[in-house]
Structures are given as C-alpha cells and as structure tokens.
Write a protein that binds this ligand. Structure first.
Ligand code: PMP
Length: 425
C-alpha cells in the first residue's frame, strides 16, 4: 500500500504537532519498523484493523490485555450494563467486594486485594507496602526486568534523578549466587525482593524461572523478614489460573496484576497475604478512577471465563503449534530462529542479528502478509485465536522467511534502535 498517502501517515503528521515526539511509550515511532501502523480503528476477536482498514492477526494482543478476544461479547456486555448503571461514582459498588472475594478465592497466596488502573500502580504500591511493612528501604530486583514506567522503575533515564533510584540493588535473573549477593548488600535494610514470573526482558531470550532461584528468593525473604513480590502484570493468567509461581510451589506475599484481568478494560490489582494486610491498610493508595465499577464488572466476567473454560489449555496448544510450525519453516529456510519463553507468551529472535535487522525485516514481511508480530518484545496468545489463524500465521512466516532469504545480506541496518541495543537503556 502507499504508506506515504495513508491515513496513518496523515495522523502521524498531525500527531507530530500535538503529541510530544509524535507518540510516546511503547508505541513510539522509534521502536518499531517504519511500515508498522501507528493508529488502529478497531479490534474483533484475534484481529485488529489499522487506520487504513488493513486487517491483521494480532499476536501482540494489545501487549497482553486481550485474552478472550477484542470486543468479547460476554465481557463487554457486562461492562456496558454497568456503565449504564454507573461507573465512576462517589464510591465503589458492591462489585468491588465481589471482585476481591473472587480473586482471593482464585489466587492461593491472596487474602486481600486493592484495585487500581495500571500495572505500574500495582507494582509501585507493592514497593510502598513492603517499605511500610518492614520499615526498611531496599528493593532487590533483576537487571533488565520491567516493572512499569514510574520514576523508580522506568527503563529510560530521562527525567529521573538519583534519589528516585536510590535503595535498589540489582541481581541477575535465575542466578542464585547473584540474588544472595544482592540480598547481602541490602543487609538489614531489605524491604522486598521483586520477581518476574519468568525472564521476559526485551531484546534477549526469555527464560523459564529456575525453581532453585524462586525457592531461594522465598527463603531469603523469610530469613530477613522482607516481602516477596511476584510481578504477574504481564504473565498473569497466561501460565496458571493462580499466581504464576504457584507452579513452582512458591507463594509470594504480594502479587501485582493488570493487563488481561478485565480483558482490556482499565483495571489492575495488587493482591496480598495477611502478613502485609496492616501495611497495605496504612499506605494511602487511591486514584480518581480506581473505584470504577464497569471495569470491575468486566473483570468478573473475565475471571468467570478463566475459571470455567479451557482457554489456558487452548492457548497453550495453539502456542505450541505456532512454535513447532515456525521452527520447521525457519529450519527449512536455513535461519537460526530462537523462540523462547512459555508458548503462550512467545518471543522471536534471530541468530547473528545484533542490531535486529533480520528481526525488523521478518516483522515487516509478516505485517505485509497480515500478521502483526513484534521484533523484540514477547507476544501473547489469546483464546479467540483458532487453528486456522495459526495456519495463516505459518503460511505468512513461510513467505516472510523466503523474502528474508531472497534479500540475503542486503538488509538495511536498524540505526534507530542503536540507543537500545548498545545497553544505553
Ligand atoms: N510489570 C510488568 C511485568 C509489565 O509487563 C508491565 C507492562 N508491560 C508493567 C509492570 C506495567 O504495567 P502498565 O503498563 O499497565 O503500567
């Protein structure tokens, strides 16, 4: 299509004038291939339509929130029904209590819930509550792990001052010795250890959690009287119908949730055990929209589908089918193509691709064939995907690998990503 005369281009030009940098955050123009659309008009099931009306099978699922399909009729009907009754009111509705009861019944370690809007709200609250509980300051967390965009955890340095980053000690994910060293460095000032459910950092292969690392984190927190936090904002309910580390037999004190818990409606949550209840009650946590009832109605409908359907088994099977099919096609085309992490949250990286030029070209070639993939961030499977969608993605990949092969060494460098791949982030 003629991108130069597209609606997307026209919107970008207008955005340039009224939105700093033309776009911010994870969709900023600096981070994705040039031909990726910036603006969308709608989503249905597993598909999205860009501003120019092109339809894509969407392997990003809105970076996670889409678990049961865009515009899911059951979930959206619950949302709309509550919207008609009242959404942002002077106080919460009964749905808040019902939702807290539902989540605490589903998530083994949880005995209370606080609702908020973004994952960052939940992770930042986890840090404050840990500090209030222990009356200590230091958080130990893994290098490169994303926990949100607040000053204490944003991956980019602009606007951040040293004191925002104070009292943090970093370790290497899955490295027990490094975790022990970080905890030792924190000494008697350790407030909490933050853990991602698996290593899902950008630009590098994902890694399943080593059970020894998870158990040691639990043990160290117990020895020191510190709290263990599992950040399930991204992976929550795509690995288990419980906190993700339950699979390893490790229960955190706090877990942060967001993204898919209301299937795209604005809601996040911090769940906690009794140990942290008094501290949670003491921290002033709130926001103008945190009591909104309609997203809570959507969450109750979403959680019902999580409990009562085989969505998890289905998205796991679809993810495994996609992985096996891509492996076959990459091998046949002669590419070293690494697919890492759980099948429900896949990440693709090419061997010998330090500046991601192969990854960018593959992503563009997939987009051209109607499949939206990400060149360096993990993707997400959703329950609206079908076997036919996976076959379509595999056909697209066959064409994309062939195109990459045809272009051989003539791929353009991805200069705009240099600031990220050189470790400057
Ligand atoms: N933690 C993790 C693990 C995440 O993946 C994200 C978002 N990508 C966040 C926290 C922050 O969530 P939000 O963008 O909703 O603030």
């Amino acid at each position: 299509m003629d991108r130069a005369n597209s609606r997307d281009r026209a919107l970008r030009d207008r955005a340039e004038a009224v939105i700093p940098g033309g776009m911010y955050g994870h969709q900023s123009t600096a981070l994705l291939p040039e031909d990726y659309p910036q603006f969308f008009q709608r989503g249905e099931g597993a598909h999205i339509w860009d501003a120019d009306g092109r339809r894509y099978l969407d392997l990003m699922c809105a970076y996670g929130p889409n678990l049961f399909g865009y515009a899911n009729p059951d979930i959206d009907a619950a949302f709309v029904r509550q919207l008609g009754l009242g959404d942002t009111l002077t106080g919460p509705t009964a749905l808040m209590v019902e939702l807290a009861e539902t989540l605490t019944a589903m998530v083994t370690h949880a005995e209370w819930a606080i609702f908020c809007k973004n994952g960052t709200d939940a992770t930042s609250m986890a840090l404050s509550i840990s500090r209030a509980h222990t009356k200590r300051r230091v958080v130990v967390r893994a290098k490169g792990a994303y926990h949100g965009a607040a000053a204490w955890c944003t991956p980019r340095p602009a606007g951040v001052i040293d004191s925002d980053r104070a009292h943090q000690v970093f370790c290497d994910y899955n490295d027990v010795a490094s975790l022990e060293a970080a905890v030792a460095e924190a000494g008697d000032d350790l407030a909490c250890v933050f853990a991602a459910p698996f290593r899902h950092d950008v630009f590098v292969d994902q890694a399943e959690p080593d059970p020894a690392y998870a158990h040691r984190a639990r043990q160290l927190c117990d020895e020191r009287g510190a709290l263990l936090v599992v950040d399930d904002v991204r992976a929550g309910f795509r690995l288990a119908r419980d906190c993700s580390w339950t699979r390893l037999g490790v229960q955190p004190d706090l877990s942060s949730w967001g993204k898919c818990i209301a299937n795209g409606h604005a809601l996040s949550a911090l769940l906690g055990s009794d140990k942290a209840r008094a501290a949670a009650a003491s921290v002033y946590s709130t926001g103008s929209f945190w009591y909104q009832a309609a997203p809570m109605a959507a969450a109750l409908a979403t959680l019902r589908l999580i409990r009562e359907t085989d969505y998890l088994e289905r998205i796991t099977a679809l993810g495994e089918r996609l992985r096996a099919g891509l492996d076959e096609r990459a091998r046949a085309a002669g590419f070293g193509f690494r697919q890492t992490g759980p099948a429900t949250l896949p990440l693709f990286l090419f061997d010998d691709d330090p500046d991601l030029r192969k990854g960018f070209c593959f992503a563009s070639a997939m987009l051209d064939r109607g499949v939206y993939v990400h060149p360096w961030h993990n993707m997400f499977m959703c329950a609206a995907m079908t076997e036919a969608d996976i076959e379509a993605a595999l056909d697209a990949a066959e064409g994309a690998f062939a195109e990459l092969k045809r272009r051989g060494g003539a791929l353009p460098p991805v200069e705009k990503l240099a600031f990220l791949t050189t470790g400057a982030r």
